[in-house]
Design a protein around this ligand. Sequence first.
Ligand code: GDP
Length: 300
Amino acid sequence: MVLADLGKSLTKAISSLSTSLTIDEKVLDECLKEICKALLQADVNVKQVSGLRNGIKKRVNIEQLAAGLNKQKVIEKAVFDELCDMLDSGVDPKKVELKKGKDKTSVVMFVGLQGSGKTTTCTKYAYYHKKKGWKPCLVCADTFRAGAFDQLKQNSTKAQIPFYGSYTESDPAVIAQQGVQRFREEGRDLIIVDTSGRHKQEAALFEEMRQVAAAVQPDLVIFVMDGSIGQAAFDQAKAFKDSVEVGAVIITKMDGHAKGGGALSAVSATHSPIIFLGTGEHMDQFESFETKRFVQRLLG
Ligand code: GDP
């Protein structure tokens, strides 16, 4: 179930309350059943769904609801609050927000598995900040995947963002360091370093990530993950977090994928703040993520 469909199903379940003459335990249970069904279809973990269900029931005690209180509103608010709790990592994304300052350069390093959408996301992130008045640039420290530099070069050229890379240097830490130094000297205020991925989480990848991080001393490490893996996101996010100091997460391919809900809730459960979602292959198909705003939109 894609996120738009999840939103529709949730709204439908909640609006069923307004068509009932009276709202009692049975009506609430029926509504909760539909909500849970929708979340499970969006691949949210069974335990999380059951926790959410219990949470809503706890917040809404039909018997104790004072007469005069709008029961539908109380239930809607409980669903909203529980969904926010489920998707909130518990870490304030503002904490990892980049601070713009005179003579300050922020270095952001991107990590993730091959095919997760890392290179695409680096450009999207650069383009997003360019539109906000930053002077971003891109460094390709991916020496593992053939064609990675050409891809970054092509994307950067399209977005008119300066880039750095090498066809001959094979040590990613060396390229990263050279690129960062070059762009610092040029007075760029946001240097984005794209690193290599692998097909799976393996020791060589983590070692390389640590070497690049040591070479460029990033202000922020962003882990990019493919949202279509659904609940498996939990283990993957945890493995990266345990290996390098991941400050924030971007989940890609949230457009049209059935498992997006699972990925979102699974990553949140690892206490990693999600800062953006990738919603398409194009440069501007990129949305900043803020839990309350996201849930508000989901519920229409
Ligand atoms: P990398 O190996 O992690 O650097 O991955 P790439 O950036 O090369 O992306 C792999 C594929 O995923 C490419 O075909 C991208 O166009 C595609 N992709 C990346 N982000 C998104 C997204 O948000 N939505 C969709 N539909 N495709 C994406």
